[in-house]
Design a protein around this ligand. Sequence first.
Ligand SMILES: [Zn+2]
Length: 416
Amino acid sequence: MKVSIYRPLVGNYESIEAITHNQCNRCGGLITFERSELKERYCRNCLPFGMVSERSKLYLYSRDCLVVDHKLLLSFELTSSQKQASDFLMDCYKQKQNGILQAVCGAGKTEMLYQVILYVLKEQKRVCIAIPRKDIVHELTRRLQGVFPNTVVKCLSEDYKEDEGAHLVLSTVHQLVHFYQEFDLIIVDEADAFPYKDNELLERFIQKSKRLQGIIIKMTATMSASLKVHQKANQIPFFYIPVRYHQHVQDIPQLTHMKEASTTLLDSMFVESLRKQNNQHRFTLIFVPSIHLCELLKRRMQEYQFLVDCVHSKSKNRFQLIELFSSKKVAFLISTSILERGVTFEDIDVFVYQADATLFDKDTLVQMAGRVGRSAVYPTGKIVFFAKTKSRAMIEAINHLKKANHVAKKQGLISR
Ligand SMILES: [Zn+2]
């Protein structure tokens, strides 16, 4: 069912109080004793989605979906690791148990979902893939509509709100505020990503959107500390894939010492590395910790005549910029963490500038490193952390990647 604070124009609906006792019925949050100018209590937790107060009603109404013959169009076979993960997800669903799937960047997580999604759809039930980042929601919607041609696949984000008749909904976690006990299978992709990670409000959105008999699968490349605790405490079934789909080892970041960052001069070691990249015709994605630094570094690099552009959340033409780099028309693309996940460039190297910045935690650095070697044709690449100090996150990220390679080798999963 969908939850609205506005009365729907058509169809059947029921209305309930928005707030009962001390609890908001839309987000599940507790009401603190805040009063608006109208002297009524309202929910501060979900205020950005429109105010609900003790005088408000919530309207619940059903979404109608046509019965169709769902089909999966797949032109390739899953690897044995992908198949095992796919079977794990099927078991979770059949046993009505939540599950957690951890797989290294480039393991091909999306493909592992197809079997269970098809199974649930064939039962004429509804599936949601919730993703923290909206760019990834859009991209994945196109991909899934391609493999499920008979299914109505719709995308929900702050820009797209229409989900009429959708059997399969891809949504930012925020948009799940509008659902109530709707889905039999909710897959949370990139469960380690901002803003979902450790966010109680968004977690409640997911929990309330699940039907009582439904299950939640969380997928991640790196288990956050809180997710690990949650998994152990609740004995949630867990499956780990330590190898990429092309079965090559993951590249380990190298460390290069950089002097104190200056706003006027580029570090000589860094410039030297850029020149080397240019001479070897290597295309390089450079991550930086802030939008300001993104723009500044671009100007400095242009002074050295490098062919460079930059992209961040405020870039109006960010899809064109990504396309330019993807089609090898710019040698260097500087980016904030906006490109740390969900994008695939073929045959590139990754530099992390000021890798010791406090904003870069282990998970972020692992994701950045995971941008290299994603294709089977070009399965390796260079990753360099440029930093003044060796931060704990940098060491943890390197250890994390080494450990995954070690486990993959031990399990005989590295074939090339
Ligand atoms: Zn609320």
